[in-house]
Design a protein around this ligand. Structure first.
Ligand SMILES: Cc1ncc(COP(=O)(O)O)c(C=O)c1O
Length: 391
């Protein structure tokens, strides 16, 4: 029986039919069970920061698994302390910041939502604002923030008190008042089709949230960990948020997330306020530390910025009528098409041996490993052009 047939018999159908059964990965390539090789320009949706089976990743997992994989959160471990220190350092939050470890991006946002309640409720602030186009995850709390009604409506009633506004400065100015406990935003809305918010918008969001005493929560689950050329997507704008959430690239393929809070927001949790069995276990933290150390060692943030510019320019230079434009930053790029054929282009790319995806019918998203070099860029351009011409 085919792997699709087996999947249909044992897996819930929440992801649709699997596109292939992948068995192995190395660098920027993966192989399916028939032996076909693919160039992976999606990296598990912005996850495999170091590519597949990177020696630093493999060594870190093996070392820590042989030393101490899991303990309860009644204890701490050296990898957990070290990773928390590193995250605070790269966030500029070392003096007053604190970290809460999670297993995913949605959980990092859940933790932030709880912080927003602990901050807002005693002050009579009962509204949380999220943006149209946003994606913050699928657990009920995170889903209450997520914009797409198709994801939300079947699961209503969701936690109350969330207001959604257009991502414009005018809408921000109209919505931010004393009743607001927190504003959640992504510096680049990945799931909406790689739609960047302007620096001006981020700065105004910071000004207004500070003025009304609301927390500014920046969801860096997709944009963070050097993907856009700096540790976090917001950093170029010069703002300091109250909370950052990360996951995806943080573990480079190991499931780990974090909610990083600054100042007052960092002191809101008290014993018993929140918890998760696996959050911050030594195995995940040691692997994540190895990912972050390797990003520094290989200067992958600069590589992300450089390769992003190279890919965007080269895609435009293909001069294909189906390509309307390229947006995003670093290695989170959205190629806007002239017609609603992105799913067909992604399927044609797969047939040609290239993995990309289409967050909406007009956009092809690229989120390759941060390690991509000239060879992979050239291979991508050849395969992508073929896919465009095949459609
Ligand atoms: C910006 C953003 N936030 C949150 C999430 C949810 O993360 P996870 O799937 O790890 O729960 C995602 C996932 O795509 C995301 O892109």
């Amino acid at each position: 029986m085919s792997s699709q047939g087996r999947a249909a018999q044992v897996l819930m159908n929440s992801y649709g039919e699997p596109q292939a059964e992948l068995v192995r990965g190395e660098g920027c390539h993966v192989w399916d069970s028939s032996g076909k090789r693919y160039l992976d320009f999606l990296a598990g949706i912005a996850v495999n920061a170091l590519g597949h089976a990177h020696p630093a990743f493999v060594t870190a997992i093996s070392e820590q698994a042989a030393t101490l994989a899991h303990i309860s959160n009644f204890f701490v471990s050296p990898p957990q302390l070290k990773l928390a220190e590193t995250l605070l350092d790269i966030s500029g939050a070392r003096s007053s910041g604190r970290v809460f470890f999670t297993n995913s991006g949605a959980e990092a946002n859940e933790a932030s939502l709880k912080l927003a309640r602990l901050h807002g409720t005693p002050l009579g602030k009962h509204t949380v604002i999220a943006l149209e186009g946003s994606f913050h995850g699928r657990t009920l709390g995170a889903l209450s923030l997520t914009s797409n009604p198709r994801y939300r409506e079947p699961f209503e009633p969701l936690p109350a008190g969330v207001a959604r506004i257009e991502p414009t400065i005018e809408a921000l100015e109209a919505a931010l008042d004393e009743d607001v406990a927190a504003l959640f935003l992504e510096p680049i809305q990945g799931e909406a089709g790689v739609v960047p918010l302007s620096h001006e918008f981020l700065r105004r969001a910071r000004e207004l949230t500070s003025q009304v005493g609301a927390l500014l929560v920046v969801d860096e689950v997709q944009t963070g960990i050097a993907r856009t050329g700096s540790w976090f997507g917001f950093q170029d704008s010069g703002i300091t948020p109250d909370i950052i959430t990360v996951a995806k690239g943080l573990g480079g393929g190991f499931p780990i997330g974090a909610c990083i809070a600054y100042g007052e927001a960092a002191a809101l949790f008290y014993p018993g306020a929140h918890g998760t069995t696996f959050g911050g276990n030594p195995l995940g933290c040691h692997v994540s530390q190895a990912v972050l150390d390797t990003i520094v060692e290989l200067d992958l943030a600069s590589n992300a910025l450089l390769r992003g510019e190279q890919i965007a320019a080269a895609v435009l230079a293909l001069d294909e009528p189906l390509v309307k434009g390229v947006r995003g930053r670093g290695l989170l790029l959205g190629i806007e098409l002239a017609k609603d054929v992105a799913p067909e282009v992604a399927a044609a790319a797969r047939a040609a041996g290239l993995i990309v995806n289409s967050p909406n019918p007009r956009v092809i998203r690229l989120a390759p490993p941060l390690t991509v070099g000239d060879e992979e860029v050239t291979e991508f351009l050849t395969l992508f052009r073929k896919a465009l011409r095949d459609v």
